[in-house]
Design a protein around this ligand. Structure first.
Ligand code: PBG
Length: 332
């Protein structure tokens, strides 16, 4: 007996792909400029914009220039900006006291942005690595990155950022107990509306290389960050970290890096249903830009496809150096 074969496909899934109109109707996720947080690098001086060689298209800006760039990005539709200070090696110290100085360059940038474009949400990074002589996110005592003493410093740093006008505090240090400690200190200081976006699942990643150039940490960093940042092989541990940070008062959580960790994003979103972000980090950005500059990929298309991937994986938003360029395409 000859098997009966239908003379035509029983289900034609291609029908839903036949035209731009139909594809639009059935599209499952949509990237919007509302989903973007733009990380920027700020340095001392006046009226300077200098390129970061390992991140084509990214600049280190002085405070005055950052304020102008923030306004431009906001006008393109980017709702939030995240500030990272550059500190040259000779200004780094062991006690990292500059980290909680109200007048450090990051806090001055917060004030300048809030003055120039008050509607924009300003996010910070809480970790000692921009100020630490050895490039680590915590104090180093006899070769150990000490936890509890570091948390005390991070609390002072976070409160100084809130005092400067930050809307969202972003602890990226991976010490234990810092979210609860920072939340209590913010409440005690009257900053009950200041949010915490915890870098809860942050991996010990080689994708951070260009960022360390950008903040001046490359020459400083001694050893690696594997005793506090996560092992890239782990997934369940990410859920434990997220749950812990939510219990300690995190309003939003982040997975970092982004593209190689979208499975973690999906698990986190499905498990907790909380505002979930990912950071498309410097190395991810640099790879796309380098390939595009060589004419090996279409940079704009890959940029938009990569950002769509974050949304599809479950992200509510993405930290990306592409934010202004993507917003221009989305809203232009
Ligand atoms: C530091 C910090 C890092 C990044 C953000 N905050 C680097 C690191 O942990 O060494 C990386 C961001 C990027 O690569 O774009 N706490």
């Amino acid at each position: 007996m000859k098997p009966t074969v239908a003379p035509y496909p029983m289900t034609r899934l291609r029908r839903a792909r036949q035209s731009a109109a139909i594809r639009g109707l059935v599209r499952e996720t949509l990237l919007s400029s509302d989903d973007l947080i733009w990380p920027v690098f700020v340095r001392e001086g006046e009226n300077i914009e200098e390129p970061v060689p390992s991140m084509p298209g990214v600049l280190r800006r002085t405070v005055d220039r950052v304020a102008v760039a923030a306004r431009e990005a906001y006008e393109l539709g980017v709702p939030a900006i995240c500030i990272f200070p550059y500190t040259p090696l000779e200004q780094r110290t062991e006690d990292c006291a500059m980290a909680w100085s109200p007048d450090n360059v990051a806090n001055r940038a917060i004030r300048a942005i809030k003055a120039a474009v008050p509607e924009m949400a300003v996010m910070t990074d809480v970790a000692l690595d921009p100020y630490n002589i050895n490039g680590h996110d915590g104090f180093v005592v006899d070769g150990e990155i000490v936890n509890d003493r570091t948390v005390e410093a991070l609390v002072k740093m976070a409160v100084a950022q809130a005092e400067a006008g930050a809307d969202i505090i972003g602890p990226s240090d991976m010490m234990d107990g810092r979210i609860g400690a920072i939340r209590s200190a913010l409440e005690a200081a009257g900053h009950h509306n200041v949010m915490i976006l915890s870098y809860a699942a942050k991996y010990a990643s080689a994708f951070y290389g260009p960022f360390r150039d950008a903040v001046g940490a490359t020459g400083a960093l001694k050893g690696d960050k594997k005793t506090y940042q996560m092992d890239p092989a782990n997934s369940n541990e990410a859920l434990r970290l997220i749950e812990r940070d939510l219990n300690e008062g995190a309003d939003m959580v982040m997975i970092k890096p982004g593209m190689p960790y979208l499975d973690i994003v999906r698990r986190v979103k499905d498990s907790f249903g909380v505002p979930t972000f990912a950071y498309q980090v410097s190395g991810e950005y640099a790879m796309i830009q380098a390939a595009a500059q060589n004419g090996w990929i279409d940079g704009e298309k890959v940029m938009m496809e990569s950002l769509a991937g974050f949304k599809r994986a479950g992200c509510d938003g993405v930290l990306t150096y592409f934010a202004p360029a993507a917003a221009r395409l989305l809203n232009g």
